[in-house]
Design a protein around this ligand. Structure first.
Ligand code: SF4
Ligand code: SF4
Length: 501
């Protein structure tokens, strides 16, 4: 009898008194957990394949199901915890690198939760956003050095090639292939309605989505999947992906199971074969090389579109950003190590990089010290979870933020972290046509619009509370922040005082 080392993490509990054998769960579970047994005359479960996506639980008409953590735990200890033991079993069986999805679940500090926001009282009154105008619009790109006026004294707009956003929030890069057609469509429609941008990621742009171009950022990554002249000109900005927070130092990985006919056509790669983009761009080994690519992309787009360079938050991120600011790029996007991914080696995701809060603060500080902060905009991403995180990011120096996991949650994601398997029961991280159609892009985009609208109201309230009426006045305004439960070193890097100071 072979020993079973399978990962039996979840257990499906079915209340037989409530179950009416309607077989909805069987139809809804792409992992084939539920099955009707003619022999027993009732539903049965193969719990080993359950990823706890909660689809069957949500759709069971009699609420007969619940998924629990399997109480049969390994005999772990402080050193060898359950995850460490299971990893060894898996790798001893497969001989392969462990892959994971979404951001790291490890308990690293979340600095957003150690930062508190100020409010005005008495001498510096707060502003009521329901009665007074609040400015949430921003422009991303280079700022002019001087104010220029025409002969009549009117200010002349010398800002070129900026991205204008109604709110300082954008949907971060998620490629067609890692997420579904309907997920992409939801993001595109929502970005258009909100007056913001979504990002193609490294998967090219499906022909159907060219019509959303003015709200699209097209991405050029090391694999150059789907990159050609029409693609570059289809978007409002071009992003060069040098790094990603969840997997700094390595390339992208889209498993072959997710590369069907449509994805293969869009990416211009063969069907069914893993798409692995190289770790470096093979034409970039210095800031001068990066500058060449920045200007090649500007040339290809007639110098009409801003170029974003996306980097992962790593130890020397401030020095890297300082170089990028001199490459001719208009915007730097910094991706923190808690950021999500469709697929990344587990060890890299959980051990490489630094938190976005520290990276953002040190980059903003370095660019200010060098007198070049105005030359470039900063976009922060990598685990922005709510409107308060956004306010804190902007006060730490960001011009805007990227969100991705938050957007997927709005679409129905239940964070089962199984995107790399291609069987997302919510129709988001899958290319299986039967699963894709579970996500209605009209409903999806509506939920995204609701989320960003709600966050915008909250941002306005928090700004009003601080006595601030524009995002511009909040930007880099670290006096509005105080830290709790941090060391002096952490406070120094964040450039904020401790609460009570
Ligand atoms: S994988 Fe999802 S749908 Fe399938 S049994 Fe588990 S929770 Fe239910
Ligand atoms: S996108 Fe789908 S597969 Fe990925 S974590 Fe969310 S629910 Fe799970």
């Amino acid at each position: 009898m072979p020993i079973n080392y399978d990962d039996n993490t979840y257990e499906v509990i079915r209340n037989q008194d409530r179950c009416i054998n309607c077989r909805v769960c069987e139809r809804q579970c792409a992992n084939l957990v539920h099955k009707y047994s003619e022999y027993y005359g009732r539903m049965t479960s193969d719990c080993i394949s359950c990823v706890d996506c909660q689809r069957c639980v949500s759709l069971c008409p009699t609420k007969a199901l619940k998924i629990i953590k399997n109480p049969n735990s390994y005999r772990d200890n402080a050193n060898w915890n359950e995850a460490a033991i299971k990893s060894v079993y898996k790798q001893a069986g497969s001989g392969g690198v462990l892959l994971s999805s979404m951001g790291t679940p490890e308990a690293y500090p979340v600095y957003w939760d150690k930062i508190l926001i100020n409010a005005s009282q008495v001498t510096n009154p707060s502003i009521d956003p329901l009665r007074e105008p609040m400015e949430t619009r921003i422009a991303l790109g280079k700022r002019p050095q001087n104010i220029v006026r025409d002969g009549n004294g009117n200010i002349v707009n010398t800002v070129k090639n900026s991205l204008f956003l109604n709110v300082p929030i954008m949907f971060s890069a998620m490629s067609y292939g890692s997420i579904s057609y309907n997920a992409h469509k939801s993001l595109a429609i929502a970005a258009e309605k909100l007056g913001i941008f979504y990002n193609t990621g490294e998967g090219g742009l499906h022909r159907d989505f060219y019509k959303y171009g003015k709200n699209t950022i097209v991405q050029v990554a090391s694999g150059r999947f789907g990159v050609f002249k029409d693609f570059l000109n289809a978007g409002a900005a071009v992003e060069i992906k040098m790094g990603q927070g969840a997997k700094p130092g390595i390339g992208g990985h889209l498993p072959g199971e997710k590369i069907g006919e449509d994805v293969s056509r869009t990416r211009m790669i063969p069907q069914g074969v893993d798409a692995i983009s190289p770790a470096p761009h093979h034409d970039i080994y210095s800031i001068e090389d990066l500058r060449q690519l920045v200007y090649s992309l500007k040339e290809a787009t007639n110098y009409k579109k801003p170029v974003i360079v996306k980097i992962a938050a790593v130890h020397n991120v401030a020095a890297i950003a300082s170089g990028v600011a001199r490459s001719g790029a208009d915007i730097i996007a910094i991706d923190g190590f808690r950021g999500g991914t469709g697929a990344a080696p587990t060890r890299i995701r959980d051990n490489v990089g630094i938190p976005i809060e520290l990276a953002l603060a040190s980059v903003d500080q370095r660019l200010r010290e060098e007198g070049i902060r105005n030359e470039i905009s900063l976009v922060a991403g990598g685990s922005i979870r709510n409107s308060a995180d956004i306010v804190k990011a902007i006060a730490l120096g960001a011009d805007a933020v990227y969100i991705a996991t938050g957007a997927l949650l709005a679409l129905g994601c239940h964070l089962c972290r199984s995107c790399h398997l291609g069987k997302c029961n919510w129709g988001i991280a899958t290319q299986n046509p039967d699963l894709v159609k579970r996500l209605n892009p009209e409903t999806g985009s509506e939920r995204l619009v609701n989320l960003i609208t709600a966050w915008t109201h909250e941002i306005e309230e928090m700004m009003g509370g601080m006595g601030i009426n524009s995002i511009e006045a909040l930007k880099g305004n670290r006096l509005m922040l105080r830290g709790v439960g941090m060391t002096q070193k952490e406070l120094d890097i964040l450039g904020i005082f401790h609460a009570g100071e």
